[in-house]
Design a protein around this ligand. Structure first.
Ligand SMILES: Cc1cc2nc3c(=O)[nH]c(=O)nc-3n(C[C@H](O)[C@H](O)[C@H](O)COP(=O)(O)O)c2cc1C
Ligand code: SF4
Length: 437
């Protein structure tokens, strides 16, 4: 294993100026808004369909959809149109957007102005997770300071382009991170996902064309503009270009957010002394969840640890990089207990709009509870798979779904992984716990 370190692009300022990186002074003192100045000399088309497209940037919110392609879906000549920033970050163990907002809000604002200019939008909304108290305060201050310096408001830097930003605090519901649930919530409705089509690009916020992008996606834009799209695309591997911010947690020696060039491996991330630093007490990896709670799991096998951090390559293993959260578990961990805890989360967060998810997630949680608390029955694993199959027919990844949004199928990932890698362990646990007749 190589001694891999971070490649700091979107995290550079917060490391160089740890005491004040969130202020306008620190931003302007370290290249802040230079990307915007350059972007304003281009046309929107040049930014989106030349620079961002050449960069290969794919969304950092979970699905990995190419950003330039998403922007290109906006119908020509239809205004107003909106940019909505997804700062809800509710995926368990994902904590990167929070850091980007708290430590470098001006980088995000700069990215928002560039994106809005590129797509021809004059009003952007940031949907901020309700619990982000410090992040919200810093973002609020940063918006005010950016406006005072002419980076927001009317005639930005003399370009004739106008943009305002509305900050909106969520109330802590995971489903409001799903883009159409978010739009409903922003409109003042209950946060329940919409049936698609129409997709937000055609009919989004207030039934107007809308782009929804993640915080990290937007924070990357100033650097793409400054570096040039082609230069940015030299980082990374294949269609997974650039860096990503990985939230590493669990039984590693050095949990935290690490900005890593794509193409390095999970082993690098978990074991490199400058990154995860290996497993606590010199232990080994029993399994890990590579892309947030919604992903299926991988094990401590060489095949899995040596898999590259590459959005396409990992899908061949039936998993995803998702929101960039990697949860690592050592040999002391009960996989059934982890599966139960995840199921409890999804059951709690199901919005209840569709029956397979509303009923199924609760059922999964109940069965996994008894399975992980010494009360399991030999038929329970098959029962779990049966319930899961009603939510996500075929139990494959990428999943199919009988539901409106992917939350329901996400709850099935842990069940499938438990059965795939730990069936014998679970059955042995049930047999050992059985009370003799
Ligand atoms: C249940 C659920 C929760 C989600 N939560 C978030 C979130 O907190 N933040 C986020 O950026 N994307 C989240 N997403 C993905 C968004 O729907 C959307 O794909 C993303 O914001 C698009 O931005 P991007 O193209 O820049 O990645 C979630 C998706 C689902 C299904
Ligand atoms: S899958 Fe679950 S969370 Fe998504 S819309 Fe249906 S009930 Fe709501």
């Amino acid at each position: 294993m190589a001694d891999v370190g971070e490649t700091r692009i979107i995290t550079r300022r917060m490391h160089e100026r740890p005491d004040d990186s969130w202020t306008i002074e620190a931003s302007l003192g370290s290249g802040g808004y230079d990307g915007l100045r350059k972007a304003l000399t281009m046309t929107g088309e040049q930014i989106g369909q030349e620079q961002v497209k050449a960069s290969g940037l794919r969304g950092r919110g979970g699905a990995g959809f190419p950003t330039a392609t998403k922007w290109s879906f906006l119908p020509k000549g239809v205004y107003p149109r909106y940019l909505v920033v997804n700062a809800d970050e509710g995926e368990p163990s994902t904590f990167k957007d929070r850091m980007l907002i708290e430590r470098d809000p001006h980088q995000l604002i700069e990215g928002i102005v560039i994106a809005a200019f590129a797509i021809g939008c004059n009003l952007a909304f940031v949907y901020v997770r309700g619990e982000f108290a410090l992040g919200y305060d810093r973002l609020r201050q940063a918006v005010d300071d950016a406006r005072a310096k002419g980076f927001l408001g009317t005639d930005i830097l003399g370009s004739g382009f106008d943009l305002d930003i509305v900050l909106h605090r969520g109330a802590g519901a995971y489903i409001c991170g799903e883009e159409t649930g978010l739009l409903e919530s922003l409109e003042g409705e209950r946060g329940m996902p919409r049936i698609r089509p129409p997709f937000p690009a055609i009919e989004g916020l207030y039934a107007k064309p809308t782009v929804v992008n993640n915080v990290e996606t937007l924070a990357t834009l100033p650097h793409i503009i400054l570096m040039g799209g082609e230069e940015y695309a030299k980082l990374g591997v294949g269609r997974s270009t650039g860096t990503r911010l990985f939230s590493l947690s669990g039984h590693v020696n050095r949990p935290g957010n690490y900005e890593v060039e794509l193409g390095n491996t999970f082993r690098d991330l978990i074991f490199s002394p400058q990154l995860g630093g290996g497993i606590r007490n010199g232990g080994s990896v029993k399994f890990f969840i590579p892309g947030g709670a919604s992903s299926q799991w991988l094990t401590g096998s060489d095949e899995h640890l040596d898999a590259p951090l590459d959005m396409d390559a990992v899908s061949a293993l039936g998993v995803m990089l998702g929101s960039g959260a990697v949860m690592v578990y050592d040999e002391t961990t009960s996989p059934a207990l982890v599966a139960w805890r995840l199921a409890k989360f999804f059951a709690h967060e199901s919005c209840g709009k569709c029956t397979p998810c509303r009923e199924g997630t609760g059922w999964l949680e109940k069965v996994l509870y008894r399975l992980s608390h010494g009360l399991g029955r030999p038929e329970d694993l098959d029962l779990l798979l049966d319930v899961g199959d009603n939510i996500s027919p075929g139990l494959n990844a990428p999943f199919s779904q009988t539901t409106i949004c992917p939350l329901g199928p996400s709850a099935v990932s842990a069940v499938v992984s438990l059965n795939k890698y730990f069936r014998d362990e679970v059955l042995a646990g049930i047999a050992a716990a059985e009370v003799p007749a």
